[in-house]
Design a protein around this ligand. Structure first.
Ligand code: LRH
Length: 499
């Protein structure tokens, strides 16, 4: 069939890009038209997102698409990280500077919320893992500090905000709404009774739409600015993890015994389920249920991921290094194995001024050899992540009654072959890495489906398999890793008790 082109805009915590996906009915080919740095901006001891700058970059990217001579441009859709939001007031005026989830204003809000509503009850009407980054805790903090909520007429999560910029429509897309901890996974509507009990305003929450729904066409001002025709704006699974898991390259005939790790700044480690799991055991394991496409759910844990390496790289750069991620990883591959471990979930890694110092301090505090070199610090972090994933997958297997025979690593972190190898070693099952562009693929394939070019999620995944290079990593050195895992577990549990 005729080639159709779709535009996928994907923003992460480190970078954003605008890509064009050409779909011929069997395969997708991606062209990156524009890439830009994202990241938070520190101002006056707060951390914010410069969303206007991102919007400028998105328009620059769309301008490059318009100039690129792509025929049959069908639609555009945006996915981003979860939990953060923009407030609009009267006349759609933006209120305040959007907060970054790593800002410290939410510190201590979990205990405060727990003192008002038992966490078991919060979990049963939200299904989400307790993390102070979640919108619920951000809104709790905002509502206690007089921060614009009462003047707000509309809350848009970050991808909703860009869809509004593109189309003028103010809607909240379902998959991202399920990251807010304000949506009830049973009713699939906002948990207003919970918000009322916590005295958090809810009048500003918008109608929830589904991935694949149309938001209308590009606003005239955007067409003028970019040179694009008034193509459709179509919501994909706007939560980046939701889009990434759409693009896990599985074939249903292989059965259900697979897990995924959506690997980027965060590592989202879990399985796909038919229903949310809201049991006491799920609460005790602090696991989350996130909504996907076609009524699918993701039972997963949000684990700090390559953020640790991103921040180590920044530490090295301050000391004069210009090494790329690839070079840093090559160094780690040469460093001695299984020497010291960190608990990736320790709060000292949330946003330390210097990650190298934070890693060293953790090792000192837990009486382990302190990594002296860049390579040994990176190795320590990557090995610890792999062991953390192992524990998470054990819990998730138990909770879901699912045996896990293979782990799919999707997203940019899939480029890190050393980490993929460690995951296979730590978990004792094969790892299949790819596609590294899962998020954009998932984004554009849901748009293709909205345009009538594709049917089921299985058909979408078949296209992903046709379009991707996958690399397999097999388990080895299992005994050494099993022994190390015991050490790691002891460090993590001792650490939980002391913090
Ligand atoms: C990953 C992600 C993740 C979390 C975090 C804030 O990019 O979306 O699922 O919610 O960002």
């Amino acid at each position: 069939s005729k080639l159709q082109n779709y535009i996928g805009v994907d923003l992460g915590a480190e970078s954003g890009r605008v890509m064009v996906a050409g779909f011929d009915g069997k395969q997708v080919s991606l062209t990156e038209k524009h890439r830009f740095a994202t990241g938070g901006v520190r101002i006056n001891d707060t951390l914010r997102w410069d969303v206007l700058h991102f919007w400028r970059e998105i328009q620059t990217g769309l301008g490059k698409v318009a100039a690129g001579g792509f025929e049959n441009l069908v639609s555009v859709g945006v996915d981003t990280w979860g939990v953060d939001y923009v407030l609009l007031g009267e006349d759609d005026e933006m209120l305040g500077l959007p907060w970054h989830y790593r800002d410290t204003r939410t510190r201590g809000t979990l205990d405060k919320v727990a003192s008002e509503v038992p966490l078991q009850e919060v979990f049963s009407v939200t299904g989400n893992q307790f993390m102070e980054i979640n919108t619920l805790f951000q809104l709790y903090a905002a509502s206690r500090s007089g921060d614009w909520l009462n003047q707000a007429k509309c809350l848009l999560t970050i991808p909703d905000f860009f869809h509004w910029c593109l189309s003028g429509a103010k809607k909240t897309e379902f998959t991202n709404a399920t990251t807010t901890q304000c949506l009830d996974p049973t009713t699939c509507d906002w948990s207003k009774p919970l918000l009322d009990r916590l005295k958090i305003p809810s009048h500003m929450l918008c109608d929830v739409i589904q991935p694949g729904d149309s938001l209308g066409s590009l606003q005239p001002s955007v067409c003028q600015e970019t040179g694009l025709p008034p193509i459709n704006v179509v919501a994909p699974a706007t939560h980046d993890t939701g889009s990434a898991v759409v693009a896990v390259p599985v074939d249903p005939s292989w059965g259900n015994n697979w897990a995924y790790i959506s690997s980027g700044t965060w590592s989202l480690v879990g399985v796909e389920t038919d229903t949310p799991i809201l049991s006491k055991e799920a609460l005790a394991m602090n696991i989350t249920n996130e909504g996907g496409v076609d009524g699918s759910w993701r039972l997963l844990k949000n684990v700090v991921g390559l953020w640790l390496v991103q921040r180590l790289k920044a530490s090295f750069e301050r000391a004069g290094s210009t090494r790329t991620y690839e070079e840093i990883t090559q160094g780690a591959a040469q460093a001695p194995s299984l020497v010291s471990f960190i608990d990736p979930e320790d709060s000292s890694f949330m946003n330390p001024p210097d990650m190298m110092v934070a890693v060293a301090e953790f090792c000192r505090r837990t009486n382990q050899p302190v990594p002296e070199t860049e390579a040994s610090a990176v190795r320590c972090v990557l090995e610890s992540l792999a062991m953390k994933y192992h524990n998470v997958l054990d819990s998730i297997a138990e909770l879901s009654g699912r045996k896990i025979d293979v782990i799919h690593v999707v997203g940019g972190g899939g480029r890190n072959a050393l980490l993929n190898q460690f995951i296979a070693f730590a978990c004792g099952v094969p790892v299949i890495a790819g596609p590294v562009e899962a998020t954009v693929l998932g984004n554009v394939l849901v748009q293709c489906r909205a345009a009538g070019q594709l049917g089921s999620l299985n058909e979408i995944r078949e296209v992903v398999r046709n379009s991707s290079d996958l690399v397999q990593f097999d388990p080895e050195h299992c005994e050494a890793w099993a022994a190390a895992q015991e050490k790691f577990d002891a460090i993590c549990s001792a650490n939980t008790l002391s913090t």
